[in-house]
Structure formats: structure tokens, C-alpha cells
Design a protein around this ligand. Structure first.
Ligand code: NAD
Length: 360
């Protein structure tokens, strides 16, 4: 097949890890006889430096015209001034909004050989294979009104509004059910329906969606209980779907299960097939420029891109198997081992070698 992929390397270690992911995509194209056009664009701090804005209209239009977008990471101390009018993360928010991305997917599957790197006991991690689906465009992060006012007595009040529309809930729960259909067919919807009206609507709409997915085992859980269960019984989850703020917190909690954030991929999807794929880590300014960052999160994000935007399941599975195999062989980057750690490029080369073996 032919596909156009926009690549936004971003800042810090972003360009280093996306270089690895690009090499993997090029190798997939070569081995499986596809034609991928990879086009690089500036986004984030590097775009502020060049254009004065973290995301230009042209870059957004080109991303929307592509089949998929691969992102590294944005931000860093250079652009951290809290008084600055433009910040790198504004590019990311603009991209999610401009591409209509309403769901963020984070698979969490600790590798058996890395379980010692997790703060949880290995016996708790055995069998963990979950997918957290977070609603991305609604809820308290975007609800109006939001602001502050002061009273004559000198007290200051701040307020945010948690707002959800039924259609926003429906589309993300539907997506979670569809994804669960290709997995263990269980969806846990997480809310705070004992307190919040938005959560009661969430539960009502989620139940309606569940009715039209009879093969899915659907349950609800309050967010506080879900936060505990993620630590005490993580293997009991298959697909977990939740709103924006709860998802923000739970996805970070879930990521700790795997030991290093350098390993974890993510996908952001909307109604069009053009998804945004990025490792969950940031730009890691402390190691940027050293060529030692772990490229696995970015490479597994490329695998998600193959699966969700290009519908290339065998190719996605081959990349994932190559990563698994490379870890089984003992290859490690600095976040997982200090001594005899591989560089970003060496780790990528090992994964490419295993990808070639897979294909043979
Ligand atoms: P971070 O994820 O960049 O780094 C946290 C720690 O993990 C650091 O010690 C770093 O060296 C290490 N680390 C992260 N990724 C790694 C990898 N692939 N290999 C090896 N080690 C890795 O988080 P932070 O330090 O809180 O943020 C740094 C910058 O990144 C900030 O400007 C922040 O705003 C930005 N950020 C961007 C995104 C994004 O682009 N989506 C996400 C989170 C943070």
C-alpha cells in the first residue's frame, strides 16, 4: 500500500527517538512491499523558534492531509517561561483539536523480563495486558466557565466546569467497545457517578452503548476504586474507558506498572483515520543530545500507527514481536540498565535485525 506519514520530531529527545521509529517504518515498507512517504515538519519549541508559533496552519493542514502523524515529544527549559504567550504544548493541543482527536489510547503490557523494574511485585504484574482509553477533548479541562473572582472581603474564588455532552461520551465508549472486541472483550467504564452529574450521564450513555455490544462484558467502577484496583489487581482489566481528567491521572498510574516510561506508546484517534502516534514520555532535556534515549516507546507508537491508521495488523504485530524479542535477548537502554546500555541507534538496529528475522 501507499501511505503518507507526517513526522513531527519535536524537541529534546523527540528527534532522536522518532529517527528510530522512522527507520522501523522504512524497514517495514521494504520488507512488506509498501510505499511510505515520510515528511518531517517542525512542531513545538523548534517551531516557536522558527515561526513564532508552536504549530503553523500549514503544518496542521499537512497533518490532516496525511494518513497518519508520528510525533516525538515537545517542550524543554528553553520555552518554560510561565509568562510566555506561546508554549510548545499549545502545539500539541492545537493538533489534537485541529485533527478532531477525541480518544487517547495507552496499551500497558509489562514485559516479563522487565518486571523487576516496576515498583509492583512481579506476581501482581503477571498477565497484565490492558488498554486505557481516555476521552481527550471534553470534561473539566475545557469546560466553561472557568476563572477567578474576588470578594470585597479579600477572599478569592477559582472555578472550573466539568461539562460532557452525550455524543462525546457515546463516541469514546463505542470506540472502547470496538477495540475490546478484538481483545478479551471486557470494558470497564470509570466515573464518579456517586457524586458528579457528568458521571451519571456518562454511565447512562455508556449503558446504552453497551446494549448494542452484546458480546462485550461491560462494567462500571468508581474512579477511586479503579485507582486501587490498578495497583492491587491490574491483570483484571482489559479495556478501561474514562473521561479526560480521570484518564489523565489513571494513564500515568498505569504507566508505572511497566517500569520505564521510555517503553510506552500511545495513539490519539478521532473519526477520520488520521491518528496521532507518540511515545508517552516527554522531551527528557536531561539526556537530550546524548543519543542514549530509549526508542521503544516511539517504535511501538509506529506499530500502533500501522495497526490503527493503515490497517496493517501483521506488520504492527511483527514490529511488536521484534521489540519483545530484542528485550528477551537482554538489550537495554540506559533507563533500564546503567552498565553496558545500548545507544538509541544500537537499540533500533537490534530491533530492525529482529524484524528482518520475523519476516523470513
Ligand atoms: P520526561 O518524560 O521528558 O522525563 C522524565 C524522566 O524520564 C527523565 O529523567 C528522562 O530522562 C526519562 N526519560 C523519558 N523518556 C525517556 C526515554 N525515551 N529514554 C530514557 N529515559 C527517558 O518528563 P519531564 O522531565 O517531566 O518533562 C520534560 C519536558 O517534556 C517538559 O518540557 C514537559 O513539558 C515535556 N513533556 C512533553 C510531553 C509530550 O510532548 N507529549 C509529555 C510529557 C512532558
Amino acid at each position: 500500500m501507499k501511505a503518507r506519514i507526517a513526522v513531527l520530531p519535536g524537541d529534546g529527545i523527540g528527534p532522536e527517538v522518532t529517527a528510530g521509529a522512522q527507520q522501523i517504518l522504512e524497514q517495514v515498507a521494504h520488507l512488506f512491499d509498501h510505499k511510505f512517504e515520510l515528511e518531517e515538519y517542525l512542531m513545538g519549541g523548534c517551531s516557536i523558534d522558527r515561526y513564532g508559533t508552536p504549530l503553523t496552519d500549514e503544518t496542521l493542514a499537512d497533518c490532516n492531509a496525511s494518513d497518519a502523524v508520528l510525533l516525538g515529544a515537545v517542550g524543554g527549559p528553553k520555552w518554560d517561561d510561565p509568562m510566555a504567550k506561546v508554549r510548545p504544548e499549545m502545539g500539541l493541543l492545537g493538533l489534537r483539536k485541529g485533527m478532531g482527536l477525541f480518544a487517547n489510547l495507552r496499551p500497558v503490557r509489562p514485559h516479563p523480563d522487565l518486571m523487576h523494574a516496576s515498583p509492583l511485585k512481579p506476581e501482581l504484574l503477571s498477565g497484565v495486558d490492558m488498554l486505557v482509553v481516555r476521552e481527550l477533548t471534553g470534561g473539566i479541562y475545557f469546560g466553561e466557565p472557568q476563572g477567578r473572582d474576588s470578594q470585597p472581603d479579600g477572599n478569592t474564588r477559582a472555578f472550573d466546569s466539568m461539562v460532557y455532552w452525550d455524543y462525546e461520551i457515546e463516541r469514546v465508549v463505542k470506540l472502547a467497545c470496538n477495540l475490546a472486541a478484538g481483545r478479551r472483550k471486557k470494558v470497564t467504564s470509570v466515573d464518579k457517578a456517586n457524586v458528579l452529574e457528568t458521571s451519571r450521564l456518562w454511565r447512562q450513555v455508556a449503558n446504552n452503548v453497551a446494549v448494542s455490544h452484546p458480546t462485550i462484558t461491560f462494567d462500571h467502577q468508581l474512579v477511586d476504586a479503579a485507582a486501587m484496583r490498578l495497583i492491587t489487581q491490574p491483570s483484571s482489566f482489559d479495556v478501561l474507558v474514562t473521561g479526560n481528567m480521570f484518564g489523565d491521572i489513571l494513564t500515568d498510574e498505569a504507566s508505572v506498572l511497566t517500569g520505564s516510561i521510555g517503553n510506552l506508546p500511545s495513539a490519539s484517534l478521532g473519526d477520520s483515520g488520521t491518528g496521532l502516534y507518540e511515545p508517552i514520555h516527554g522531551s527528557a532535556p536531561d539526556i537530550a543530545g546524548e543519543g542514549i534515549a530509549n526508542p521503544i516507546g516511539a517504535i511501538l507508537s509506529a506499530a500502533m500507527l500501522l495497526r490503527h491508521s493503515l490497517n496493517l495488523e501483521s506488520e504492527a504485530s511483527a514490529v511488536e514481536a521484534a521489540v519483545m524479542h530484542t528485550l528477551e535477548e537482554g538489550c537495554r537502554t540506559i533507563d533500564l540498565r546503567q552498565e553496558k546500555a545500548l545507544s538509541t541507534q544500537q537499540m533500533t538496529a537490534e530491533i530492525i535485525k529482529n524484524l528482518e528475522t520475523q519476516k523470513r
